[in-house]
Design a protein around this ligand. Structure first.
Ligand SMILES: [Zn+2]
Length: 346
């Protein structure tokens, strides 16, 4: 995609956040591209998720903007790794707060004079948004600065006098356990990134995109096959979609099946485009649900019987006649020739 590097360049160079409307217009254009200017059957929010979570990794421009902005944090946190004259200018605006301490102070910094610098303000705003997205609450930790920290201010006076410090530090130590002082996982990860690492942008983007949840209609599938699966199973199923074949058209077909996007007679009936929700392809007189259309319907069922038998013979393995295999893509039940040899007596 040639557009992405151009947009990333703008995101990294301009210290102002584009309006929400602008991001929405980009999302709308991307959404139309994926749905081929038709009504979207899978939301763009789902398409933007990782492939292992049921998405297609469609670009999320807001996350690219945030990743570009928080890239500068690594330069702040490690100012000695790379000389940068901008850092010196930004340090001047921070007065007595060390620039490397800025990411570990709460949004109370908005009232500090450093926030008047648009570069510092945009990076910090992006950082706080990223913390919100990843569910990482910025609490006092071993990384929090003691001196000149607005979080520890008393009557708008920062801790800078030894007398004040000695009266407060003991109370901090008694109220906070060592485990309480650990920074959130996301913060710890960013701290360890070197500003010289050229893959920081993609690392930050993938961290923001990761949701640790599956975005598939798993409950509907589990109800259809009368079996419940854990999240690891569904992660494997999502990954199988892109590992089983390199053909992107076939990958897309399996992706759509998992998301149950195909239109059935039942859906047409519910949408008001059909007078009946009964399947017209068989004589079972049953509602044409998604599972009926892809598995239970007599001619479709016969099709899957033929396919599994023929493929088992050709490939010399045991492919079970099961919707878990044929529709969901679960390969764990397939019996390969080597398995047969092991279980074969004598
Ligand atoms: Zn049928």
């Amino acid at each position: 995609m040639k557009i992405l590097p151009k947009i990333n360049y703008l995101f990294s160079m301009i210290p102002f956040k584009p309006t929400s409307k602008w991001f929405q217009s980009l999302d709308s254009a991307i959404g139309k591209f994926y749905s081929k200017n038709k009504k979207a059957k899978i939301s763009l929010t789902t398409l933007q998720k990782n492939k292992s979570e049921g998405g297609l990794e469609a670009p999320n421009f807001m996350y690219y903007y945030l990743s570009n902005q928080i890239q500068y944090l690594t330069k702040w946190i490690h100012p000695h790794e790379e000389y940068n004259s901008w850092l010196e200018l930004e340090q001047l605006d921070c007065n007595q707060i060390k620039i490397s301490d800025l990411p570990f102070i709460s949004s109370a910094l908005k009232h500090h004079s450093c926030f008047k610098n648009p570069m510092i303000a945009s990076t910090l705003s992006a950082w706080w948004k990223a913390l919100e997205i990843t569910g990482s609450q910025l609490k006092p930790s071993i990384l929090s600065p003691i001196w000149h920290n607005p979080d520890f201010a008393n009557n708008k006076i920062y801790l800078q006098v030894k007398k004040t410090i000695t009266s407060r530090i003991p109370s901090l130590h008694t109220t906070l356990q060592p485990t309480d002082l650990q920074p959130p996982e996301f913060v710890d990860y960013i701290v360890k990134l070197s500003p010289r690492n050229k893959k920081n942008l993609s690392k930050m983007y993938s961290l923001l995109s990761k949701t640790n949840s599956i975005h598939l209609p798993t409950q509907k599938w589990e109800k259809d096959v009368s079996k419940s699966f854990d999240s690891d199973f569904w992660t494997q199923i999502c990954e199988n979609t892109f590992k089983m074949t390199k053909n992107t058209n076939l990958q897309l077909i399996q992706f759509k099946v998992l998301h149950r996007t195909h239109i059935t007679q039942y859906k047409l009936y519910k949408m008001g485009f059909s007078r009946s929700d009964t399947c017209t392809q068989c004589t079972q007189n049953m509602t044409d649900t998604y599972f009926h259309a892809l598995w239970l319907c007599t001619p479709v069922y016969q099709f899957w019987v033929t396919i599994t038998q023929k493929l088992s013979n050709i490939l010399d393995c045991g492919i079970p006649h099961s919707p878990n295999v044929c529709l969901i893509g679960d390969l764990t039940q397939t019996v390969y020739p080597c398995d047969t040899l092991v279980t074969c007596p004598g």
